[in-house]
Ligand binder design. Structure first.
Ligand SMILES: Nc1ncnc2c1ncn2[C@@H]1O[C@H](COP(=O)(O)OP(=O)(O)O)[C@@H](O)[C@H]1O
Ligand SMILES: [Mg+2]
Length: 160
């Protein structure tokens, strides 16, 4: 059976970084990425790759305690959120729509770890589900939602 083309194999840490770099190079402003997966699945690693792809030179560190880290040195702003420590009621008060609605924050790329905590979802986004796979690698399943209209086929090609 043919493997569905939205299932990617990330054999090592470098592959997760490389997928992130491709996304960082190609995603348009206003893109929202919802990053699902257990602790250690590679969500932050992927965002580090996105930062590199955007040309951000500052170190991208996990926003587990800061909640939101913003980077403005790249091709587009990067907003990196980690909602792990929050309850959905608390997330509702953060007014996160500012990151994806027009006329609010400078349009950039918004990457959200633990999006299960969001009380509401953006209309258009790319969901990336990371999981442990055989051996030491990871699997990523990409699911565009709404009219997230980026040509993913070119981005995912090296990872099929
Ligand atoms: N494709 C991969 N194969 C093996 N190890 C990986 C892969 N991607 C990331 N890792 C490693 O797994 C860990 C993931 O950590 P992190 O990215 O912080 O995960 P999360 O943010 O999902 O909790 C890091 O030690 C990283 O080096
Ligand atoms: Mg993380």
């Amino acid at each position: 059976m043919m493997k569905p083309s939205n299932v990617l194999m990330l054999g090592n840490f470098e592959a997760t970084k490389a997928l992130g770099q491709k996304l960082g190079q190609n995603l348009p402003e206003g893109s929202v990425l919802l990053l699902k997966g257990d602790l250690g699945a590679g969500k932050t690693t992927l965002v580090q790759g996105i930062g590199e792809g955007l040309g951000i030179t500052d170190a991208i560190v996990s926003p587990t305690f800061t909640l939101i880290n913003e980077y403005h040195q790249g091709r587009l702003p990067l907003y990196h959120l980690d909602l792990y420590r929050l309850e959905p009621e608390a997330v509702a008060g953060l007014y996160l729509e500012q990151y994806w609605e027009e006329g609010e924050a400078l349009p950039g790329i918004t990457a959200i770890e633990w999006p299960e905590k969001l009380p509401y979802l953006p209309l258009n986004y790319l969901e990336i589900q990371l999981s442990y796979s055989e051996g030491t690698g990871r699997q990523a399943i990409l699911q565009p939602v709404g009219d997230f209209c980026v040509n993913l086929s070119q981005i995912v090609q090296p990872f099929l």
